[in-house]
Design a protein around this ligand. Sequence first.
Ligand code: BYC
Length: 318
Amino acid sequence: MTKEMDMQERFQQYVDAENKVEPKDWMPEKYRKTLIRQISQHAHSEVVGMLPEANWITRAPSLRRKTALLAKVQDEAGHGLYLYSSAETLGADRMDMVEDLLAGKAKYSSIFNYPTPTWADIGAIGWLVDGAAIANQVMLCRTSYGPYSRAMVRICKEESFHQRQGYEIMMTLSKGTPAQKKMAQDALNRWWWPALMMFGPTDDNSPNSAQSMRWKIKRKSNDQLRQEFIDKTVPQADYLGLRIPDDQLRWNEETGHYDFGPINWEEFFDVLKGNGKCNKQRLEARQKAHKEGEWVREAANAHAEKMARREKRETSAA
Ligand code: BYC
């Protein structure tokens, strides 16, 4: 057995015994690369995910709604920061990750390429998008890479506030005037299928899943999580008096799960290729924000250099 194979085997045993891998531990190069890929895509999703909701900050219907939405969008920025830091512990360079996003080379969640034309979309995002994110991220709290798992614990706590914020908006609208209820139903119609796509392709079409499950980066498969989300969300829609837009959705006594209709995977892969309704708009918004923030980065760097010079002067004078 070569030394590399021996190390790989010991690494697998270490992970199988539910130990956390820390930044300075030996790890297979592919484990490191898989994590950088997943964590950076996750970080980009948090940052791009601010855009559809930020669209409604100035138009939120009350001060209370505005404050909650502002806090939520700000939380997403924080999640992006923890996640970029977590990827940095694996040797990734933050500027490289950001440049890949700005150049359109990096992936981020498909869900953020859909528009938010009405206030009910903010309710639907909180309820469904954050609800799907929680289902996926609760399992990531137990991921094998220490810094990622610790970041996820905090992120999940904040996501559950986001989910309730969204559900409460949906509750208000669905118990409101007929026009408000219609608006809530329309948002559910538009967000339901894209939310199911968030979990990624089906297990038999998910190239990264098998190895990621073996390394305990992922603890549940895409299909398992999608099913859990559906089972949890259908009763919530019933409570709101809203109809999930799927004629084939029905409870299956035998399996103890809801059966559901086919997902339009063509649409999913098309969005990934950059052809979603808002891909272009999202990328342009990030490029603009990055350019407009250039002076802040320059000022912060100039300040850091000044402080380093001062410290050097003071240490040599002492
Ligand atoms: N959108 O082999 P697979 C949030 C890609 S942010 C785009 O199954 P994997 C929030 C996948 O990357 C929510 N791409 O991959 C923020 C892979 O591409 P590459 C984001 C997708 O990694 C603000 C290819 O398809 N959450 O909650 O084993 C406001 C094949 O897929 C998508 C995370 O990022 C997608 N939906 O599993 C509100 C969670 N799905 O790299 C809310 C962390 C798949 O091979 N990520 N792809 O070219 C994960 O758990 C996993 O990466 C996934 C995919 C389950 C998403």
